[in-house]
Write a protein that binds this ligand. Structure first.
Ligand code: ZN
Ligand code: ZN
Length: 408
């Protein structure tokens, strides 16, 4: 070990004294992380510090998700180390999950000694990471009228595109034809012809509900490249609209073909690629309708996959690779998942459906996303957990995944 104040080489002395000089009484501000943490303060040119490097590397890999391991080079980054007020390098400092300092050791410290110390401190490194954000009751109840909320995606329904499916006893309201086709692809063994006799759409010109199968549709694109669908009872009116706003005039049959052309590679629901997660398996590129479905592709196909998801709040890209049904890598490493759940009448928690799931590059983004969704319930999980939840499904369960009344 190297003493900072005495017995050191002159060449180091000046650097270290300079460092000591700025090591004021400034308190170390606690981090937001909730895992136990081992901080090793050293320098890459100090011999015992060098011997610590492979040990830290091992601990970091073996205890990922259960302990944070940080190395601070106090010569290269004196500011980063100053608040720890160390006297020697290397120094290892043990923080528990509340980030309270529990122990510090000066000099070289072997791997078994480090693990033994954690045990002695009563810190169980085998325990799973804390659950993170849990919201079992809504912050505010959803008071929107039922016929103004989409049955599938839970978004507000625009009266201009409100699509109505009449059932035996009740009717279901969808925000537009797109959500209708997601609904259709969520019905086990659905017969599209039989289903569509129940569907009405509002005529864009008059607002009156008309049979969906008999209407003409102006199929266009908005500024973000997402499809827009306007229904017209009168084909001439549709042509007129198409002449002024662009797009194509299509029949219901053509619209159905377009809408059902791209499907979730896990649950088979209709998706728009712009809304979906990209999933690569082998040389094939497919889609997952939500972040959790994208993990399910590894389970359904029993293949290694590469997923490109977007942060639910900011749209930042999150990349996940799997290997033999386990996570091989997550970028950025801080990324986490939200498992949207709701409590059933039996008191059991179940998935709240594909539209309530998401990945986030960090907990802060999830927090912001939740603030904007006060009625949302569920819990934060790791991306590894999102994958594990899918990997444990049987082929029979996968066949029913995300189907209406079957969401698991
Ligand atoms: Zn919808
Ligand atoms: Zn899906």
């Amino acid at each position: 070990m190297i003493k900072l104040s005495l017995n050191m080489k002159t060449s180091l002395k000046s650097i270290l004294i300079a460092v000591v000089g700025v090591w004021s009484a400034a308190a170390w501000s606690a981090e937001t992380g909730k895992l136990p943490k081992l901080v090793d303060l050293g320098a890459d040119k100090c011999i015992p510090c060098k011997a610590m490097a492979p040990i830290l590397k091992d601990l970091k890999a073996e205890y990922a998700g259960r302990m944070d391991v940080e190395f601070i080079d106090v010569w290269k980054t004196p500011d980063a180390g100053k608040a720890y007020k160390i006297k020697l390098i290397p120094t290892q400092i043990f923080f528990d999950a509340s980030r309270k300092e529990r122990f510090r050791h000066e000099g070289f410290y072997g791997k078994e000694d480090i693990l033994g110390k954690w045990k002695e401190l009563g810190v169980d490194l085998k325990a799973k990471a804390p659950a993170g954000i849990v919201r079992e009751t809504p912050v505010a109840a959803d008071t929107r009228a039922r016929d103004s909320v989409c049955y599938m995606c839970d978004e507000d329904v625009n009266p201009k595109t409100k699509t109505v499916v009449k059932g035996q006893s009740e009717q279901r309201v969808l925000c537009g034809p797109h959500c209708y086709f997601i609904y259709l692809s969520s019905i086990v063994g659905a017969d599209p012809k039989a289903e569509e006799t129940k569907v009405s759409v509002p005529d864009w010109a008059s607002g009156n509900l008309v049979a969906a199968a008999g209407a003409s549709y102006v199929y266009g694109m908005d500024a973000k490249g997402r499809a827009t669908v306007k229904a017209f009872a009168d084909k001439d009116a549709a042509t007129k609209e198409q002449q002024s706003s662009g797009g194509n005039v299509v029949s219901w049959d053509v619209l159905r073909g377009k809408e059902l052309a791209t499907r979730c590679a896990f649950c088979d629901r209709a998706v728009y690629p712009e809304d979906a997660c990209g999933v690569k398996f082998g040389t094939t590129r497919g889609y997952g309708c939500c972040t959790h479905c994208s993990m399910g592709v590894a389970a359904r196909l029993k293949q290694d996959i590469e997923v490109e998801a977007k942060d639910g709040q900011t749209g930042e890209v999150i990349r996940v690779k799997t290997l033999d049904g386990q996570i091989a890598s997550v970028e950025p490493a801080t990324a986490i998942a939200w498992f949207g759940q709701k409590k059933g009448p039996d008191g059991k928690w179940g998935s709240a459906g594909c539209f309530k799931q998401g990945f986030f590059v960090n907990e802060a983004n999830l927090q912001k996303w939740l603030e904007a969704r006060p009625a949302m319930t569920g819990r934060q999980i790791t991306i590894a957990q999102a994958l594990a939840d899918k990997m444990k499904l049987s082929p029979e369960q996968i066949a029913k995944a995300c189907k209406l009344g079957e969401c698991k």
